[in-house]
Design a binder for this molecule. Sequence first.
Ligand code: COA
Ligand code: AMP
Length: 633
Amino acid sequence: MYRDIYQDWQDNPQAFWQNQAARLSWDTPPTTIFESDASGDRWYVDGVMNTCFNCVDRHVADGHGDRIAFIHDSPLTDSVAKLTYADLLDRVELVAGVLAHHGVEKGDRVLIYMPMISETAIASLACARLGAVHSIVFGGFAAAELATRIDDAKPKLILAASCGLEPGRTIAYKPLLDGAMQLATHKPSACIIFQRPEAEAALVAGRDYAWQDEEAKARAQNNRPPCVPVLATDPLYILYTSGTTGVPKGVVRDTGGHLVSLAWAMENIYTIGAGDVFWSASDFGWVVGHSFILYGPLCVGATSVIYEGKPIGTPDAGAFWRVIAEHKVKALFTAPTAFRAIKKQDPEGKRVADYDLSHFKTLYLAGERVDPDTINWAEAALKVPVIDNWWQTETGWPICANPLGIEALPIKKGSPAVAMPGYALAVLGEDGTPVAATQTGAIVLKLPLPPGCLPGLWQNQAGFEDAYLKDYPGYYKTGDAGFLDEDGYLYVMSRTDDIINVAGHRLSTGGMEEVLAGHPDIAECAVMGVKDQLKGELPLGLLVFNDGVNGPDDEIIQQCIQKVRDEIGPVASFKLATRVARLPKTRSGKILRATLRKIANGEDWNMPATIDDPIILDEISERLLALGYPQNR
Ligand code: COA
Ligand code: AMP
C-alpha cells in the first residue's frame, strides 16, 4: 500500500534508495548512498555506471535485441518507423564513434538542437555512452536563446538537424544555428547536421559535417566506442529552463540518481515495464521528453513512441486515438492543453469510436494545472483513469502523483494527489512556518531532495542557492503556491514568481520584458499571464512608449511582437500587447504586476495601499477592455 511504502521511506530513506538502486546494472554498486557537504547533497556517491548501458546495451545483452525500443510516428512526413533495441545499439555505437572522432570525451558538453526524430534520442544516448554531457534545446526557441545556451554550456560539438516540421511550414534550423553561432562568444569546434529531405542545409566547409556521411564512415571503420563508466554523481545532461530573469537556468541532472528515480517512477506511477508501449506526447526539448520519451521507458526495456505531430490538424482531432490504436499504447502522458485542443474540435469525443483502444489503460496529464473539465471530458471519452502528476524540470520525476503501480488512490479532481516517497511536502506561510491544512502558502520540499532531482545549476552554485534554497532555510522552494487538504492531497494553484505556463511550456515574463525593453521606442513595460481556454495562459504586454513617440501604435506594437518571436521564439506565443500611458507602481517604484494580472483576468482585487496613483488602474482597465480582457465578463 502507498502509505506503507511512504512510511518505509520515511523510516529509513537510505535503505529505501539503496534497494531501488538494485533495479539497475552498476559497474560498481554504491555503498555510500547519500552524502551532504558544503558543495551540496549527492546520491550514490561511490557508485559507477553508464546510462547508455542501462538503457540500451543491457537489454540486448539480456536477449531482448528484437524488442522495439522506439516507434517514430510522423504524420508530418506521413511515415512510421520502428527501431529495435539491437538497431538502436548499432546506431548509438556509431554515433558515439562520430562524436569520439570529433574529439568528444567524458565530461565534454554537446548541444543538441533537433526535432522529434529518432536521431535526437540516438544523439543523447551516444553522449551518455561516452560520459559526455548533452544539452537539448527545444526547436521553438530562436537564435538568441540558443546562443545563451551555447555560451553557458560551452559545448565542444553541436548536433543539429537541417530542419524541423510544423503543420504547414518547414523550419530550417541551419540559419537559426548560424545566427546563434554568430551571437555566441563560445565557438564549438564542429557541427554535425542530420540532413532531412524536407530541407537540406548548406554546410560550412571545415566546420559543418553531414551526419549521414560521418555515421557511414564510422560504420566502414567499425568505430564503436564502448560505454564509459562514470560516477553516479557525474552529470548526464544540462537542461535549460526559464527562471525569473531572461537568463535561463541550467538544470543539471546526475547519472545514478536520475536513472534510479525514473526506474521507480516507470513501475510505480506509470505502470510500465519491459515490452509495454508508452507514449509521452511531448518534445525532447522539455523535461517530459528527457524523462519519459527517452530515459524512463528505455531503462525499463519498454517501447517508447516518438510522435512528430500535433493533437489536432495532423490530420484531425482523431490523431491521438489513431496512434494509441495503431501502436497498442498502454499509457499516454501529455499536457492538458493537448486535450483542450482536441475537445474544442470534437466536443463530444466522437472520433474515439473510430479506433480500437482496448490496449489503452491510463492517461497521465502534467505540465500545467489540470482543470476538472478536461479530466471529466477525457474520462468520459476514453473510459480510463486520468492521472494528474505534478513536478518540474528541476525534479525530473513526479513530486506528487497517484501511484497506480502501488495502488489506485481515490482521485480528487484538481489535485495531483499525494507526495511520492522521497519527497516531504510542506506549505509555508509568509513567516516561513507551515500553515494549517487547506490554507494556501508556498509549496516547498524538505531537504534533502530525493535521487533524480537537480544537484545544482550548471557551474552556478550561488544561483542555485539563491533561486531555490535561500528563502526557506532547510527547504527547496518549488515556486508554486497551493494547499494540502486533510488527506495530504496537494492542490497546486499558481506560481509565486513571474513564470507563466503557455500550452504546458514554461516561460518567463521577465525574459519577455527584457526583450521588449530593448525596442528603441519602449520606455518600460509589464508582461503578465492572462487566462486562455486553449493554452491555459497567454502572455499579454502593456507597453509604455518613450515621450515624443507618436506611433502609429499598431506598427510599434507589431514590431514588439515580432521582436519577442525573433529573440525568444514562436514558442513564447506573444501576440497580445497594447500601449498604455503609464504603469501602476508602489511609492517605492515597483510595478504592481499582481494587481494588473487580477484586473486582466477579471478576478477580485483590492486597491493596493502603496499605489502611487490609483487613476492609472482605470486607464489600464480601459486598454485591456479594448483588447478583449478580461474575457467572459
Ligand atoms: N519548432 C518550431 N516552432 C514550434 C515548435 C517547434 N518544435 N513547437 C511549437 N512551435 C511554434 C508553433 O508552430 C506556434 O507557431 P505560430 O505562432 O506560428 O502558430 C508557436 O510555436 C506556439 O506553439 P504552441 O504554443 O505549441 O501552439 P500551437 O498552436 O502550435 O499548438 C497545441 C497548440 C495545444 C496543439 C500544442 O501546444 C500541443 O500539442 N501541446 C501539448 C503537448 C506539449 O507540447 N506539451 C508540452 C510539455 S509536456
Ligand atoms: P516545467 O519545469 O516546465 O515542467 O514546469 C514546471 C511547472 O509547471 C511547475 O512548477 C508548475 O507550476 C507547473 N505544473 C507542472 N505540472 C503541474 C500539475 N500537474 N499541476 C499544476 N501545475 C503543474
